[in-house]
Design a protein around this ligand. Structure first.
Ligand code: GH3
Ligand code: MG
Length: 463
């Protein structure tokens, strides 16, 4: 995983040693001796992660972290603070200012590198989600309304089955959420854990316990579709750096030794939940935005924007397999009259019901899309002209056979459709251009309309 690391250290030998380590691990490295230099360097080359040690007074470090977090350009950059005084208060203050982790000196190299890899993973996920969100905005979709924040779901998994009561109490108090205590073996056996926890706190601090059992648990939670996006905070025994590194490489988001204060554990849990929520929100926004981009809000069918690339890939498949594909254009007859006579709402209701009838009576592989006001396109892969003609007639009769409900104020309404059908060229003709097939289907629809409506017409090339 390539990444750009900025080393900020007031001590020259520390800078050199750290630079050698980072270069050996294949990272791109920038080095600065103080905050001012660092700020200039960040302007030129934004790092993915900052390894910072600014000595005393600690306020310099805190101010630096806070300013990075406050700026939109650097708020997601990972920060590891080093050389922080080894007291609970000093560690807490650095984390509270915005550092992602505080590592003591001298550092265990395996742990430091595992920590960096883990933070870079999160950083790149964040960047990717932001990028996609940017694309969503660029496509012109509105910002989503901010939703009400519900209580987080936290699960505590403890080796001994029964949770450490002090830890449970401090998490409950510190997070203000209800914590579910679960048996790790049961979690491994269970297929589902509704509701899916936002955060798993795994208490692996009992030194008598088999760590491999927890390694399996962490990677299993990371691999399952249901819990893949949940965050994981692992509590390991004191001085178990190799174990901590292993957990991070298996996908844990945060690993802390058991001797840190319970307030620090709660603070770290809180920031993991916050990050998970932010990522969930970005993911939902992107998904909803993309969905909105390709669907018609009235009928829920795909729209024209979706049809073009879909037809292109269908045509490509048809060419490879030598199969034919068919395209139908379906248009409601005298729809304007429905609107004029019964109102626009009645027209909308017909459009919705008709969409359901069409969608419910084709195969799962067929695509039904609304491509105009009262015009629908149906693409049918692997379908010959004869099969398409009979499907078109079946759909036409299905519309005509049962009247449409347009509200209590009006009697049920009989509706008819006209259909134009075209198919792709057969194998011998080779090229299959979707736009040409659609054009032929359009022309056939025109023929069906001219011939009196409520009928199916085949394109000239297949008639
Ligand atoms: P033809 O049999 O030749 O297809 O005639 P038509 O009346 O169906 O076609 P025309 O193109 O003259 O009129 C289509 C009408 O569809 C006009 C337009 O106001 C209406 N329309 C387009 N989109 C919507 C919509 O979303 N809801 C409603 N209720 N009406 C729509
Ligand atoms: Mg019409």
């Amino acid at each position: 995983m390539p990444g750009r690391i900025l080393i900020v250290d007031t001590v020259a030998t520390n800078r050199i040693v750290m630079k050698v380590k980072m270069l050996a691990a294949q990272f791109r490295v920038d080095v600065c001796a103080n905050r001012k230099e660092a700020e200039a360097s960040i302007q030129d080359n934004r790092p993915d992660l900052i390894l910072v040690s600014l000595g005393e007074p600690a306020t310099e470090l805190h101010d630096f972290c806070k300013s990075l977090r406050a700026s939109p350009g650097t708020q997601s950059v990972a920060i590891i603070a080093m050389g922080v005084a080894e007291t609970a208060t000093a560690r807490f203050a650095a984390l509270d200012a915005g550092a992602d982790d505080v590592l003591p000196r001298p550092t265990n190299d395996a742990l430091l590198l595992a920590r960096i890899r883990s933070l870079l993973r999160v950083h790149s996920t964040h960047q990717e989600l932001q990028l996609r969100d940017g694309t969503r905005s660029a496509l012109g979709f509105e910002e989503p309304a901010t939703t009400f924040e519900t209580a987080a779901n936290v699960a505590l998994l403890s080796a001994a089955g029964a949770p450490d009561s002090v830890l449970l109490a401090s998490l409950t108090h510190g997070l203000g959420h209800i914590i579910r205590s679960l048996d790790p073996d049961k979690v491994l056996r269970m297929g589902r854990l509704p509701p899916t926890p936002d955060l798993f706190v795994v208490d692996a601090s009992d030194p008598d316990f088999l760590e491999t059992r927890f390694f399996g648990l962490v990677s299993d939670l990371r691999a399952r579709a249901e819990t893949r996006q949940s965050t994981q905070l692992i509590i390991v025994p004191k001085d178990a750096d190799e174990m901590a590194a292993m957990f991070l490489d298996l996908g844990a988001d945060d690993v802390i030794p058991a001797d840190v204060s319970t307030t620090e554990i709660a603070l770290r849990a809180k920031s993991l939940i916050k990050r998970k929520r932010l990522h969930d929100r970005l993911r939902d926004t992107v998904r909803d935005g993309l969905q909105a981009a390709v669907t018609d809000p009235l009928t829920g069918l795909f729209n024209r924007r979706y049809v073009d690339p879909h037809l292109a890939s269908m045509a490509h498949q048809a060419q490879i397999s030598g199969d034919v594909m068919a395209v139908m254009m379906v248009d409601i007859d005298h729809f304007k009259m429905i609107n004029d006579t019964y109102g626009h709402a009645a027209g909308d209701s017909v459009l919705k019901q008709l969409s359901k009838r069409l969608q419910g009576n084709v195969r799962a592989v067929d695509l039904v899309a609304r491509v105009g006001g009262e015009e629908f396109l149906i693409a049918l892969p692997g379908t010959t002209a004869a099969q398409a003609q009979s499907t078109a007639n079946r759909l036409r009769q299905l519309v005509n056979s049962a009247p449409f409900d347009i509200g209590e104020a009006h009697p049920k309404l009989s509706v008819t459709v006209s259909v134009g059908v075209a198919v792709s060229p057969t194998k011998t003709k080779q090229e299959c251009r979707p736009s040409a097939i659609c054009k032929e289907a359009d022309a056939a629809l025109y023929v069906a309309k001219s011939a009196g409506r409520n009928q199916v017409a085949m394109a000239c090339s297949v008639a």
